[in-house]
Design a protein around this ligand. Sequence first.
Ligand SMILES: [Zn+2]
Length: 226
Amino acid sequence: MDDGRNDRLRRVVWAVATLLGLAVVLVLWVPGQRAYHCFADWTSGQMAEAEIVSVEAATGIELRFEDGELCLAPFGVSSIDEFAAGDRIEAVRRADRPGLCETRATIEAARSLLVSIAAGVVCILLAIGLMARVIARSLTQVPQLTTRFELPEETEGTAACPRCTKPMDEGYLPLRAAIHWRRLGAPVGAAGAFGGLRGTMSLRKPPRVHAFRCEPCEVVMFRYGA
Ligand SMILES: [Zn+2]
């Protein structure tokens, strides 16, 4: 195998993974930042009960606190349907922002959104990194074989093709799904990921079984086992 080509491919894999990671962060940056600001701006404020004066879809909710102060809570991440004029709800105001406030529901929704976005970003980045690592390793690392196809001494390590009798190429089969065997005349039955030939399916140690191939005859002989 061409080492230079695989090295280049490995770099491409990591470059694509980095771009994907950046794209995920970029896509979630705006909603994340909005949720963060909503949450961070108002957590330092004073929570108090207020009466809803009016609900305007275009601007937000007008509230009146018990001391008579009127303020506007612009629609953030909460839904307009949750509020109706005359309801008493909890809201937060800050001394340095006269006329503005935020409802408790919106602040709590912003906090949940922020946690979900942060957890989502971490999970997606981890998954991308793990996938890139697996692909990059498969491009450069020569695996250890999980079986050994020993040949009789007189063959001097060269297997003869059972069809054309010419020498076969030595190699291995990187297996993903299990390989099943049935005698002629037997039904297939269950031929899923499990219950195949011993050592042809393993999540812990991916099977790399020693094999010989005759390319013109399209014949492969391999030895399975753990
Ligand atoms: Zn052959």
